[in-house]
Ligand binder design. Sequence first.
Ligand code: ADP
Ligand code: GLC
Length: 490
Amino acid sequence: MADFDPRPRRSVAFIGSECYPFVKTGGLGDVMYALPRALARQNCDVKVILPRYRCIPWKYQEKMIYRGEFHMDLCQDGRSFYVGIMEYVWDGVVYDFIDNEEFFSSGNPYTNLVDDIPKFCFFSKAALAALNYMNWVPDVIHCHDWQAALVPVFLRTMFAGTPVGDAKTVLTIHNLRFQGVYNIPTIQYWTNLPDYVFNKDALKQGYEDANMLKGGLDYADRITTVSHTYAGEIQTPFYGENLDAHLRYHSGKLRGIVNGIDCDIWNTWTDGRLAVQYDITNVLDRKRQNKRALQQELGLWQDDHVFVIGLISRLTDQKGLDLVNAILPELMDGHTQVVVLGTGDEHYENAFRYYEDAYRGSVCSNIMYDEGRAHRIYAGADALLVPSLFEPCGLTQLIAMRYGTVPIVRETGGLKDTVQPYNHYTNDGNGFTFDRYDAGLLLDAVNRAKTLYFTNRWCWDEMVQRDMDKDVSWDQSASQYRDLYLELKP
Ligand code: ADP
Ligand code: GLC
């Protein structure tokens, strides 16, 4: 039974563009799933509001229950749109899906800005209208990334004086690179927001553009981002994506709360996708079995003694893949294998395909999105590479540690906050790190890892166990969000 939480009950509406298992393209989907559940365990009443994309698997669509429908004015010329509400209740969390075929029928949640801008203008306003329609006024509305960034703007303008106008808002930045920028007339058309929000302190950017995230940051009561280090980094020009000055201006309401992972999904003892389940007492032996099974599944040379490096990632510039490409040939020493899982930019996909061809049996590039395979790589690899250029939090290094796989990361954002570098004098730490964005330093970090693995297995194995033992759950961070909500609504 859950422990009694003496803090008063708070209600919160999560608004965002993706949520595992309905639709996920990256870590945002994981957070939208796991954080509401963790909050529900901490005496919060949580509703998650999502678009009802057609690509949501039928097994979920068929369980949704019709909650109602209405028409909503949206555009400057008075065009209005159908808003349907479909509900799905699961494990203490209520999911309300905003239905509209015109906006949500493509195969992917994100397509191109021309379509995505109207889609998320509609979604942000419809989410608030749906809360009023359902007569459910939360204490706090917690919005995520640019796709929901107009929520605080709509709330303090068009929805002021309506029931939902009493709610406070939190806007979480999961990735500052994406901001929802388009010319002012287009966003004005799709929102019909008053002229004054298009001023330089709110939505306006440069001479003629409107930036949805920038507007949201201005109107939100609190801003959070997904690690402490990233909260500092985004106030500097290098990481600030042109919003560093705006964020410095709002720094009084900005804070970093590090992500966790869902320890029921990521549980080596119950994970049905693995060749063999394991826990901290038998990890050393059973990880070897998982490594064997992985090598077999992927057509790699089967050998317990090689060092298997995993990389599970969107294949984009953010993830430091040019560094990986630069050093990959140098990793091929006959004792090392590399397993890649990811999709994204074509030139990275092709580079990894090339390496698979060039080093058949030692490199396997899985250019695909596959949850099951991800689980088996986390379990079967010895180390996981996350050399990101920037990383707001990063979940793969957390999952890796939970699976007893040692992370090799660049010291940026959440990677810096969650991976303590190995210290060979004191024999503590969780992984291997490097600081400057430099291929030579990445190679050096991998070589340090390999040296420990091949020459001092006892210390390596201790680190594996330390990593499995580390608390990477949501408990602590959910509690910090909970306190933030209480601060906003004492
Ligand atoms: P980001 O959100 O920037 O993509 P995160 O590290 O926060 O990075 O989250 C990535 C999530 O997506 C993790 O749960 C990871 O396991 C998963 N993931 C990434 N690529 C794939 C893939 N090709 N197949 C399966 N899962 C993937
Ligand atoms: C973003 C970031 C990633 C973070 C995730 C969830 O996609 O790139 O670092 O872990 O959001 O917050």
